[in-house]
Every structure is written in structure tokens, then in C-alpha cells.
Design a protein around this ligand. Sequence first.
Ligand code: UDP
Length: 235
Amino acid sequence: MKYKRILLKLSGEALMGNQQYGIDSKILQMYAEEIKDVVDKGSEVAIVIGGGNIFRGLSGVATGIDRVQGDYMGMLATVINGMALQSALESIGVKTRLQTAIRMEQVAEPFIKRKAERHLEKGRVVIFGAGTGNPYFTTDTAATLKAIEINAEVILKGTRVDGIYNADPEKDKNAVKFNSISFEEVYQKGLKIMDMTAFTLSQENNLPIIVFDMNKKGNLVKIIEGKEVGTLVTI
Ligand code: UDP
């Protein structure tokens, strides 16, 4: 097995499936099964989930909601998604813990690094909710931060496309995919994979990122086995 401890970043938007809003139960179930497969192989899995399917701070501003207030609403949205994913995982027998960056003891543990690592060692999937707990950040930054804190070997960014291209593959049919690329090249070519805060944090801490298609069955297992899937970003 190539990766023993991974941090999986799932966007909230991906959870919508073809809906305009909210959570598509089929997608949720599929993700839970994919995650179960890697847990069964013996990988330790931590997950950061976004909230874009429910609320984004910046979109709130357009409707008159204060930015900081909106960002906290977005963070709470990630907890809703985390709870949904937790439930989906437990319904198929995967043990989980949800830890949040904003305290809410009735539904989740507070984030405690040592506890999170202990859960992982015991084979429990740890879901981190409420992002970094700070406004003006994103869940990509939260994912990078948590990955570094818990010593994950890699951050796996599940998306709708199967990697990083030299142009948007959903718009340009001549777009070419990179199998691997350096942080420097991503920056120089102006390619977008995560926001700059998350990107530089990852680069400075030598944390590789794999961007891959989470909607393709079996991809997650292939990655932990070391097969070439998606695009690997390294120093
Ligand atoms: N958010 C925040 N701080 C964080 C993480 C998230 O303020 O550390 C807010 C922010 O408003 C963001 C929303 O939560 O728009 C949802 O997260 P994100 O947009 O990263 O979700 P995704 O795009 O992955 O669905």
C-alpha cells in the first residue's frame, strides 16, 4: 500500500450531484462505499468536506448578508454535510468520528489533534467539520491544515474532473491532462487547483496533492495502492 494515512477533501458541491442544492443521497452513498473500500484495505482516512452545496459566505454577501456572518453559515453547512456523510458511513458499518473546529458537543467532538490521530490509529474515519473555524478561509485550506496537523502523507482532492489540465476540459476539448506536475509549474501556468492560501500551505509543508475524479468507482482504492490516477502535484 502506497498511502497509509490520507486526507480526502470532498467539495460540498459534489454532494449535490445533478441537483441545484443540498445532498444527493445516491452520491452520498457512493462516496461512503468508496471510502469503506479504502478503510477495508487498511488505510487511515480523514475527511474534510465543503459546504458549497448549502451555503457560501461570498454568495451571501450578494444577498445582503454580512461576510463574516455568511462565512460562519458556510462553516455550519460543512457540519451538516459531515453529519450526512457520517451517517452514510455508519449505515454500512464504517466507524467514524466527527470533529468540528467550532464547538458543538451535542453533535460532534471538538477538534483535538491527538484524539483525531488516536481515532485514525483505531481504524475510525475522522471527519473534520466547520473548516478552519475562521471566516475568510476555505475548506481547501482547512483540508491542507488538517492534513499537515495529523501527518497525512497526501491530500486527495476529489473533483468532477479526472485531474489537472492545461485548459478547462469541460469547455475545451483539446485540453491535455498532466499525470504529474510541480507546485511551481501549477503556479507559473496559472492553473487553478485550490485557492492560493491552501496551495502555498501545501507547498511550504511539502504535502503532495492528488486531484482526481471521485465519481469514478474504484479510483480511491487505486490511489492508495499507488496506481497512477488523476494528477499528482509535488515539490
Ligand atoms: N468557510 C469559512 N472558513 C473555513 C471554511 C469554510 O469561512 O475555514 C465558509 C466559507 O464561507 C465557504 C463556506 O464555508 O464559502 C463553504 O466552504 P467551501 O466554499 O470551501 O466549500 P466547497 O467549495 O468545498 O463546497
